[in-house]
Design a protein around this ligand. Structure first.
Ligand SMILES: C[S@@+](CC[C@H](N)C(=O)[O-])C[C@H]1O[C@@H](n2cnc3c(N)ncnc32)[C@H](O)[C@@H]1O
Length: 304
């Protein structure tokens, strides 16, 4: 991403979380009541604008693109499903890691947090959990400013830790924080691997692998092996739209490649869910058409 600019894709995913509460049926998959406030007026625009621009470029004619402008296209519903399910997945796995008898975790590191609001939503866990949000400094300072404008105090159990994954190691960033490297930690890394080089991903996973036994990481990755044309088009539009805001997608993996990468980093694969499995777990029986795109995978890896 552009070094001097806050992440626009972080705003886009927050807008999708906000839209979920407005547009989708009960039961809510992820109840992120802060997302809309963090974005401020015009937040819906953040979800639709870059998308509509990419559609216009793909359609090559304003007439063909017109129906997409100014409303939530079907594609954003699929992205919305992906965004809320991946956060819910990570938060559920964190909850399990905190409750287990052996090596329960009391530290949660959110890599590439963007406008993630878990820290704000978990004030009640203040005595049991330390939350570390790592992200690009520009994205963090925009978030901090927005919270100040809203009059929301930063929670005492959470710490903002700046990092540029392409220039700095996770170890260095954590060493500059109050993170305790002698105790197991749960990590999440959502919506980010595709924006990084394979080397930066591997370096980060290796730092997780060096944490004490019981540490885990939940992350998502995207695949380019897509049999369905609709998914290929959706991914293409998405790549265009994020490139248009300075965030190039660089890395894609299928299940086999991701498994190799996780093992190469020195971690054990707990599970890898494809769209169908994630859909069955989190979106089964819905009537609102909330379905996930086929390119998204969820992974849980552990230090044994
Ligand atoms: C699509 S957003 C995802 C944010 C959040 N995890 C979510 O699910 O909404 C991508 C995030 O990756 C971060 N990011 C991308 N490249 C980065 C880099 N080189 N170093 C640090 N953060 C980076 C951006 O700042 C942004 O917050």
């Amino acid at each position: 991403m552009r070094p001097s600019q806050r992440s626009r894709t972080a705003e886009g995913t927050a807008a999708l979380r906000a839209a979920h509460l407005l547009l989708d049926d009960e039961p809510v998959v992820l109840d992120d009541g802060y997302a809309a406030d963090l974005l401020g007026a015009g937040w819906a625009q953040a979800a639709v604008e870059p998308w509509a621009r990419a559609r216009r470029r793909l359609a090559k004619s304003a007439a063909a693109a017109a129906p997409w402008a100014g409303r939530f296209p079907t594609g954003t519903r699929r992205l919305r499903a992906q965004v809320v399910v991946r956060s819910r997945y990570a938060e559920d796995r964190l909850g399990e890691a905190m409750e287990r008898d052996e090596a329960p975790v009391a530290q949660y590191v959110i890599l590439a947090a963007g406008l993630d609001t878990y820290a704000l939503r978990s004030r009640h866990l203040e005595e049991r959990l330390k939350v570390f949000e790592l992200d690009h400094p520009e994205t963090q300072s925009a978030k901090r400013q927005r919270l100040t404008v809203l009059g929301i105090d930063w929670p005492p159990h959470a710490e903002l830790v700046p990092i540029d994954f392409e220039r700095q190691t996770l170890r260095e960033a954590l060493a500059d924080s109050h993170h305790d490297a002698s105790r197991p930690t749960f990590f999440s890394w959502l919506g980010c691997t595709y924006y990084l080089t394979r080397k930066a991903i591997l370096d980060t996973l290796r730092v997780v692998a060096a944490q004490p036994a019981g540490s885990q990481i939940a992350f998502d990755f995207w695949s380019r092996s897509l049999p369905r044309r609709a998914d290929r088009l959706l991914l293409r539009s998405l790549r265009l739209s994020v490139a248009g805001v300075g965030e190039q997608m660089l890395s894609f993996f299928d299940r086999r490649e991701a498994t190799e990468l996780i093992r190469q980093a020195g971690l054990e694969v707990d599970e890898i869910l494809d769209t169908r499995e994630a859909q069955r777990r989190y979106l089964a029986g819905r009537r609102d058409g909330l379905v996930m795109p086929d390119f998204s995978y969820l992974a849980l890896a552990a230090v044994r």
